[in-house]
Design a binder for this molecule. Structure first.
Ligand code: SF4
Length: 276
């Protein structure tokens, strides 16, 4: 048996094992299929496995042969030469509401101590474009909304530049509580909070995730290079794409760089247009 067939066979066996079926046998070509009815017709014992397992009269090891007592539950159309790994079970995607409920009145890291509100995120739950910043500032903490201060106003202008409205996109941060003095979130804080960010993105399933600033880039893409070398570029992010741009707060401190931010948002606009 070649390796590929062996792997596919193993996948099938695992699939059935997950369903609680553990006994298998190979039917000889041309032999009569053994079904539950055929057992009944011939009067053979069809003792259920659970009962057999608890019965003191059934200590014999299982014999995996055509004469086995196992009921044949193999799917009819399956042929050894056409083995396909079973499709993974379908899992309903989580909703943003479920993620928010799970976050609750979070105290998973020390940032809980200094916050007024949890700034979960805002916008279209089915957005094509998601922006990820660093963490809430004073205005955001006050209002419970992301990017509402001066940096938020610049982001709003950039969103309009892309040809969209703020309510059409989704905006959130790596950490949901304001770091004291607007400092960069520390590693353990990011580790505690970022799983909720990943789940938010998974729930939204956007076409593009735009990392605003180096902390978002590092958290989402694991890139350790300086943002100046990486900004303006696309990266694979799961089944979607990510893009790196400067944080609007950085542009406010370095207004000469606004031209670069515009260029990057022009790239986003072209991407969204070409993606249909
Ligand atoms: S920053 Fe995130 S993990 Fe930390 S307390 Fe706030 S919501 Fe919880």
């Amino acid at each position: 048996m070649d390796d590929r067939l062996r792997e596919q066979l193993a996948a099938w066996l695992e699939f059935y094992r997950d369903l609680g079926i553990e006994d298998f046998y190979r039917r000889e070509p041309g032999s009569r299929p053994e079904t539950r009815n055929s057992k009944l017709e011939t009067g053979q014992d069809l003792q259920p496995r659970a009962a057999a397992a608890t019965s003191p009269a059934a200590p014999e090891p299982r014999v995996l042969s055509p004469e086995s007592r196992a009921v044949n539950l193999s799917p009819p159309p399956l042929s050894l030469s056409l083995f396909e790994a079973p499709p993974p079970p379908r899992r309903e995607p989580e909703t943003l509401e479920q993620v928010r409920r799970d976050l609750g009145d979070c105290r998973r890291c020390r940032l809980a101590g200094g916050r007024k509100t949890i700034v979960f995120g805002q916008g279209n739950p089915h957005a094509e474009l998601v922006f990820v910043g660093e963490g809430p500032g004073a205005d955001e903490d006050e209002q419970g909304l992301p990017f509402v201060g001066r940096a938020g106003q610049l982001l709003n202008r950039m969103i309009q530049f892309v040809g969209m409205k703020r309510e059409e996109v989704y905006i959130c941060n790596i950490v949901k509580c304001r770091p004291p003095g607007n400092r960069t979130p520390e590693k353990d804080e990011v580790d505690a909070c970022s799983p909720f960010l990943f789940r938010q993105i998974e729930a939204i399933r956007p076409r593009l995730v735009c990392c605003l600033g180096a902390p978002a880039m590092k958290t989402l893409l694991g890139i350790k290079e300086g943002i100046t070398r990486v900004r303006g570029q696309f990266f694979a992010y799961g089944s979607t794409k990510a893009f790196v741009a400067y944080h609007p707060a950085y542009i406010l401190r370095n207004p000469r760089e606004e031209k670069i931010l515009r260029e990057d948002f022009e790239t986003i606009r072209e991407f969204l247009k070409s993606a249909g």
